[in-house]
Design a protein around this ligand. Structure first.
Ligand code: ZN
Length: 93
């Protein structure tokens, strides 16, 4: 999946989750799949382009959701599940 397609997937989820990142970057990351700054900038690993669709969705929704909910509490987990029903990565997180 080329970077522009990953970008489209991220843009799709930003609309679905009603979040507006100030900037979305796709770049090489050594330890993580994604990160977000307090200023609303979200960065994704370019390696994500070679992962499965379900894993991409999990990483994208997880990180974008942090723009609304900063922690990993019950509301975060419930919202994640609501947007990704049946996603196999959620329970392992
Ligand atoms: Zn997180």
């Amino acid at each position: 999946m080329p970077a522009d397609t990953l970008r489209q997937r991220i843009a799709h989820w930003a609309i679905a989750l009603k979040v507006r990142p100030t900037q979305v970057r796709i770049q090489r990351m050594t330890r993580k799949w994604a990160s977000c700054s307090s200023a609303g900038r979200v960065t994704f690993s370019d390696e994500l382009q070679r992962q499965s669709a379900s894993f991409q969705d999990y990483v994208i929704v997880h990180e974008l959701l942090h723009l609304r909910i900063r922690n990993h509490g019950k509301l975060f987990a419930a919202t994640l599940r609501a947007h990704l029903p049946g996603n196999p990565w959620i329970e392992r997180a």
